[in-house]
Design a protein around this ligand. Structure first.
Ligand code: ZN
Length: 195
């Protein structure tokens, strides 16, 4: 666990240095087909948060996310590469946005403004920050799109701006308290408004 945490901090420092240097590592162009379909149905989002996912160096993981607000509905989109094929990974909004200190403790628990138990996303009870697992395809890639009204990026008690979007090593069983037995973080992104 300690070793993993140290790796994570190194990854974040490296990512910060890249940003400061004016460059940015990329996992390639967005495959925007599914976003376009969503936007054709929902219209242009009123707010967007583009989230760079920081991953441990040497892990081979890469990714980014986009959270778009369409009225009361939020579309969470995650693209990742380099994961283990045909495997499920947990995905949650965590209370704190500090990916630089990305230990399970430093990130706080799942975003839970209503003080509920952990549970299956969309059902009561569950944390507002509980999202369905992401599944990596046969090549270890993820293109994940989920629509929810459990969170917001335009204010209110469920606002997640300033918090973090975290991918965990293991699948969420939607049952075990307090985190669905989903293991340590393997990618973390600070959620901030982009548009
Ligand atoms: Zn939870």
């Amino acid at each position: 666990m300690r070793f993993h945490d140290r790796l994570f901090r190194l990854a974040c420092a490296a990512a910060a240095a890249v940003v400061l240097a004016g460059g940015c590592s990329s996992i390639g162009a967005w495959n925007d087909n599914r976003v376009s379909v969503v936007e054709q149905v929902l219209g242009k989002p009123e707010a967007v948060a583009n989230v760079a996912l920081v991953t441990p160096p040497g892990s081979g993981y890469g990714g980014r996310a986009r959270i778009a607000q369409h009225g009361a509905l939020v579309v969470v989109r995650v693209d990742m590469t380099g994961l283990q094929p045909n495997r499920d990974y947990g995905l949650h909004v965590h209370e704190h946005g500090d990916c630089l200190g990305a230990t399970a403790a430093g990130l706080g628990g799942h975003f839970n403004p209503e003080g509920k138990p952990h549970g299956r996303p969309g059902l009561d009870p569950s944390h507002a920050g509980d999202l369905p697992n992401m599944r990596a395809d046969g090549e270890g890639n993820v293109i994940y799109v989920h629509q929810t009204n459990a969170v917001s990026i335009v204010g209110g008690p469920r606002n997640v701006i300033g918090r973090s979007l975290v991918v965990s090593r293991d699948a969420d069983d939607y049952r075990t308290q307090p985190d669905g037995n989903s293991g340590p973080p393997i990618a973390c992104g600070f959620i901030r408004r982009s548009e």
